[in-house]
Design a protein around this ligand. Structure first.
Ligand code: SR1
Ligand code: MG
Length: 433
């Protein structure tokens, strides 16, 4: 199947101008992709800027007939300000990732209505009444079938965007296209794999409370070696189209629906990257939860649920991956002609299970470094950051820091998800040194 044509990547975006709630109606009022959905005269539209992420402007545009989301990149990192320029072309990569994710995992990402490369803006479906997953988990609310949906999405994107399924020429062209997402990959390369392990300028650990454990991690030669092995996997193993920033802020939910947003960090990388970052985020939420649910029993029940989500994310990933292996292995890797067609289905199953074991090993490593960077680096998670009292926050963060190291260093010997959940519990109760 042919991919939708990618728009030309412009190098000069000279007429770019950021929108604001006042200018948006007149600037986008003539755009059918917005006007037809929102309805009514543009001057009657209600426009709110609701971006709460680190990088972009996000507007909800409402009118008499409906609403849309308009997301526009800023030429700098919003979290930091214009001292950190960031190219507008990230909107181009987000648009291209959304189109591909819709193709391989239909109905999970917001539908794209319009893309304007010059203005670095994407008009997309407004997910409503969905809210950001982090808001649900911090309030201790469960989301039905969260793990199943996330595991299936990760498996479908990992499998269907790889050489297991894609046409080889198309895959190579796609690797080339996304290899232009240099600056966003650079953020991950520094913030995730390097900065946490030395005294980087932008680091923001809870100091001095965590100084002891921070010094331990930085002195841990084996940990720093593994972190760079993982970084090499990130930079060199263009296996599949990764979302690139899959955490609880990139997931929108209702009580029983799960959608995935914000793939501007998209890149071709290891199959275990997205699911690893995601599991790391579940585990941090698990350790942070005693600060958010005062009642001990209610907290323990919710924590059990979070761990069950980590388990079902992985089991759903493996179930879907196995299903796709059996039914959609049309790419150049592990071809059916070599195995099943020779009466050697057992060899195909060995190959599949070895590959899944490799993905699990990567998952553990990526989960561990994500847990480190979200506590030590620039970009934190609200589960910890919203705990105002550092005396209460630091001991919970320390559990995740130590679990992160356990996962990175143990990734070659840990073989099943239940062991990971046991390790998370042990770090919570202090059963480990
Ligand atoms: C400077 S950007 C910091 C972080 O925000 C994004 O959501 C990514 O997680 C990135 O690492
Ligand atoms: Mg984001």
């Amino acid at each position: 199947m042919l991919l939708p044509r990618a728009p030309k990547l412009e190098t000069t975006l000279s007429r770019y101008e950021p929108l604001n709630p006042k200018t948006l109606p007149s600037r986008l009022g003539g755009l059918a992709a917005v006007a037809d959905i929102v309805g009514g005269p543009p001057e009657t539209w209600r426009v709110r800027e609701v971006g709460d992420g680190n990088l972009n402007l996000v507007f909800i545009v409402e009118g008499s007939a409906g609403s849309v989301i308009v997301k526009q990149a800023l030429p700098y990192v919003r979290l930091v300000g214009d001292s950190w320029p960031l190219p507008l072309k990230r909107a181009y990569f987000e648009y291209n990732a959304l189109v591909r994710q819709e193709r391989v995992a239909p109905g999970v990402v917001p539908a794209v209505r319009h893309f304007d490369e010059e203005q670095a803006l994407i008009v997309m479906e407004r997910l409503t009444p969905h809210i950001i997953l982090r808001g649900q988990t911090m309030a201790g609310r469960e989301v039905a079938r969260l793990g199943e949906a996330m595991g299936r999405f990760c498996a479908q994107t990992a499998f269907r965007c790889s050489d297991l399924a894609m046409d080889a020429g198309e895959k190579k062209a796609d690797v080339a296209l996304f290899s232009g997402n240099v600056e966003l990959c650079d953020i991950t390369e520094n913030l995730v794999f390097t900065d946490p392990y030395f005294d980087a300028e932008m680091n923001r650990p809870t100091s001095p409370y965590l100084d002891g454990v921070v010094a331990e991690l930085r002195a841990d030669a084996a940990l720093k070696v593994e972190a760079q092995h993982l970084k090499r996997a990130f930079t060199a193993r263009a296996e599949t189209l990764c979302h690139g920033d899959l955490h609880a802020g990139s997931i929108m939910v209702t009580a029983d629906d799960v959608r995935i947003i914000d793939p501007e960090f998209a890149f071709y990388g290891p199959m275990g990257f997205d699911i690893g970052m995601l599991v790391g985020n579940y585990l941090m939420a698990y350790h942070a939860m005693p600060a958010h649910i005062a009642d001990r029993d209610a907290c323990a029940t919710y924590q059990d649920w979070l761990l069950s989500v980590a388990r079902s994310t992985w089991t759903s990933f493996t179930d879907e991956f196995r299903r796709l292996w059996a039914t959609e292995r049309t790419g150049i890797l592990y071809p059916v002609t070599l195995y099943e067609d020779q009466g050697q289905a057992d060899a195909s199953e060995i190959a599949r299970d070895e590959l899944l074991a490799e993905i699990f090993t990567d998952l553990l490593g990526f989960a561990g470094v994500e847990m480190h960077r979200r506590i030590l680096g620039l970009a934190h998670v609200a589960e910890f950051d919203s705990i105002e009292d550092p005396d209460a926050r630091a001991p919970l963060e320390e559990r995740s820091l130590r679990l992160g190291r356990d996962l990175v260093l143990g990734r070659r010997t840990i073989t099943d998800i239940d062991s990971v959940l046991d390790m998370a519990r042990a770090r919570q109760t202090g059963d480990l040194a």
